[in-house]
Design a protein around this ligand. Sequence first.
Ligand code: KDG
Length: 317
Amino acid sequence: MTDLVTLGETMALFTARRTGLLRHARDFDLGVGGAESNVAIGVTRLGLRAAWIGRVGDDEFGALVRATLAGEHVDVSRAVVDAGAPTGLMVKGRRSADAVDVRYYRSASAGSRLRPDDLDPGLIRAARVLHVTGITPALSDSARDAVRAAVAEARDAGVFVSLDVNYRRALWTPGAAAAGLRELVAAADAVFATEAEARLFTGGPESDGPAALARSLAALGPRHVLVKLGARGALAFCDGVVRRAEPYPVTEVDPVGAGDAFAAGWLADRLAGADPERCLATACAAGACAVTASGDWESLPRRADLELLHRADGVDR
Ligand code: KDG
């Protein structure tokens, strides 16, 4: 049985090895990245079974995406190879030692041609969680329809729906994202958001802190709202109770993928039956692990890595 099903776009990822303007980069590492597949890898490393649905081109990058996810034991049997469009690309540079800069080359990519027909309703209905993000609906009308159809299927079957807002300003404006994602927020059981992302929907004053933002977001429908506060930790508003978690002190190398790690940690522990404090602590620990090395998913933790982090932290969480 599959524990978590997710759908979205996974791209080939070129990461410049040298700091500075990309035009001066000579060497790149080649890997893959995609918010949803990062979560699939994250929960798999924490002991669950995950499946990823998406489209890749009939090209070397598409082969790399499928091989990488399969190599991480994510079920890619429903991935579609689309001969009509290329696999999308993402290029990560480092303008300075502490400023990561991400560019997309994904317009009209195979991943953005995802459509409702690509779904496997039986797979979704039999899963324990459907995880979606606010990225996929911004890719195209058909991708948006695929997310809607997946969520409708999950809800109909009583499957837990998880949404990471994941606002991407390269894809749409804040207003378009708020309008486009409101319905998904309302349909989700759990919503993950940064403070800025929560503000897209709540319309409250800038002075609203994370607890107020979480409450306002929960008022739209979700039972669980998780607000990611970066180096300040995180806050959970679950079933009417606010909980706060401190960050784990780690040295940040690459922040990209931390939010996906956070979602994976929270979902994996929730599915394992952990209590709300533990779910939040694991989410923070997973997010902390994710920033310690370059790459969107490579440093996602296994259970043993989390234990090491808990021990190094010295705090009983
Ligand atoms: O969440 C990390 C993602 O930003 C990255 O893997 C790429 O899916 C991605 C996106 O669209 O930004």
